[in-house]
Design a protein around this ligand. Structure first.
Ligand code: EPU
Length: 420
């Protein structure tokens, strides 16, 4: 298996172009099967999860033509309603096909995703909403089977503002018999990007980006053209890279308003931030101040940038408390950071991070995407050589991370593994 080798200590400087957001591209690709014809999606990132979603769409009967970051999805013939386990087990976001399949075919069979490295992650809220809309939901032999000749709409109050749950319900509701109101909806920018796409397809959705989304039903949808928003988590990871190496990075093709909570925390840590229309200039300082964070739903501090901020706090001046409220098991990077010399204690959902003078290069591995990114960041700042194993986690969600880091002066390489 491939690994990433980093010789720490280089200061990152330069300009970086942010790719399209993985978590906006995945629901957009799923939504492309909701209307016959060819939907063109641009700014799709070249990451593994996108390849898995493309493979799923192909298995459902769609034809995909990809030229660089543009995907043309021909969904004229959707011949299957089943997403098989061999693909679903590699990517939980496969559940995003439930809403589109229900809307297009009135039935969906998607393998039940198992637990994952960052927690149990049930999808009960999605399924409860489908039932409330009149669908028959059955769980059998590890499959979720949903059928609905008609979806009825109604008022749905979510127990938690789940991101993919809100997306699934929005997609299912577009052609329901009546108006659907989603209360306590997720407000992430990816929800707004999906609602914009659905509206371009002919849907009538109001309120995306607030906690109350209203979906007025329409009879049919058409193919559309749609652009994926920039990846705020990739941008945040590069902002953390500038901060942890005391470098200066101009982060381009980004929507700064999507990163307000991170930028405010970096500012409190003493990092200098300058925001322009679609650019952020981040200038790190040696020995940033310790700052507490608590993850929350948008616009709060994103759980997907918790591990990266923790890497920075490992080298801060003082003690910070990092509290994870979204996922129950998202501290898998802590043990690895400790191997690199970090001083961290976990107390329930909080990690107490006492800043140290130096991290030491080590052999580390992580079990999820963002944890792996935090280990790369720690490796950039550590003394000596760090080997990050299990690189496939990073491939799931970062486009050309190594190349982008190299272009800013990092001494980082991907070493191909020996074929078994
Ligand atoms: N939850 C339930 N029941 C449900 C749905 C969610 O209990 O039916 C719980 C989850 O177990 C979790 C919390 O609610 O504790 C939040 O889960 P949510 O459903 O909002 O997460 P998600 O939709 O599965 C998306 C992103 C994640 C990101 C989270 C939180 C996609 C494809 N994935 O997941 O991205 O961490 O929202 O913002 O959009 C990543 O990119 O690394 C990643 C994990």
């Amino acid at each position: 298996m491939d690994e990433i080798v980093i010789n720490g200590g280089e200061i990152l400087n330069g300009r970086i172009l942010i790719s399209g957001a993985k978590n906006a591209a995945l629901p957009a690709l799923a939504a492309a099967i909701m209307a016959p014809g060819v939907t063109a999606l641009t700014n799709i990132p070249d990451v593994k999860d996108v390849r898995v979603m493309s493979e799923l769409l192909t298995q459902l009967g769609a034809e995909i033509d990809r030229v660089t970051d543009t995907f043309r999805v021909n969904a004229s013939d959707i011949t299957s309603f089943e997403a098989p386990y061999n693909l679903v087990r590699t990517m939980r976001a496969s559940v995003l096909l439930l809403g589109p399949l229900l809307s297009r075919l009135g039935k969906a069979r998607v393998s039940l995703p198992g637990g994952c490295a960052i927690g149990n992650r049930p999808i009960d809220i999605h399924l409860k909403a489908f039932s409330k809309m009149g669908a028959e939901v059955e769980l059998r032999h590890g499959m979720i089977d949903i059928r609905a000749d008609k979806l009825t709409g109604g008022i749905l109050v979510l127990d938690f503002p789940t991101v993919t749950g809100t997306e699934n319900i929005m997609m299912a509701a577009v052609k329901a018999d009546d108006v659907t109101e989603i209360h306590n909806a997720a407000m992430e920018p990816e929800i707004v990007n999906l609602a914009d796409m659905l509206n371009s397809m002919g849907a009538e959705i109001e309120g995306a980006g607030t906690d109350r989304i209203v979906v007025h039903p329409v009879k049919s949808l058409n193919a559309c053209e749609h652009r994926i928003i920039p990846d705020r988590i990739e941008a945040g990871t590069f902002a953390a890279a500038a901060a942890i190496t005391a470098g200066c990075i101009q982060i381009c093709n980004v929507i700064p308003g999507h990163l307000t909570s991170l930028l405010s925390k970096l500012d409190q840590a003493g990092v200098s931030i300058a925001v322009e229309k679609d650019r952020i200039l981040v200038q790190g300082v040696p020995g940033p101040k310790a700052v507490d964070i608590q993850t929350a739903v948008y616009p709060g501090y994103p759980t997907d940038l918790q591990a990266q901020f923790m890497a920075l706090m490992c080298l801060a001046d003082g003690e910070s408390v990092i509290t994870e409220t979204i996922f129950e098991n998202r501290f898998m990077h802590v043990a690895e950071l400790i191997r690199m010399g970090a001083d961290i204690t976990i107390r329930g959902r909080a990690a107490i991070v006492r800043g140290v003078d130096n991290l030491l290069g080590s052999e580390v591995m992580a079990t999820d995407l963002r944890a792996s990114a935090s280990l790369v960041l720690a490796g950039l700042a550590a003394q000596g050589r760090t080997r990050v194993l299990r690189v496939y986690h990073l491939d799931r969600g970062y486009e050309n991370l190594v190349g982008k880091m190299q272009s800013m002066g990092a001494d980082i390489q991907r070493i191909p593994g020996r074929k078994p």
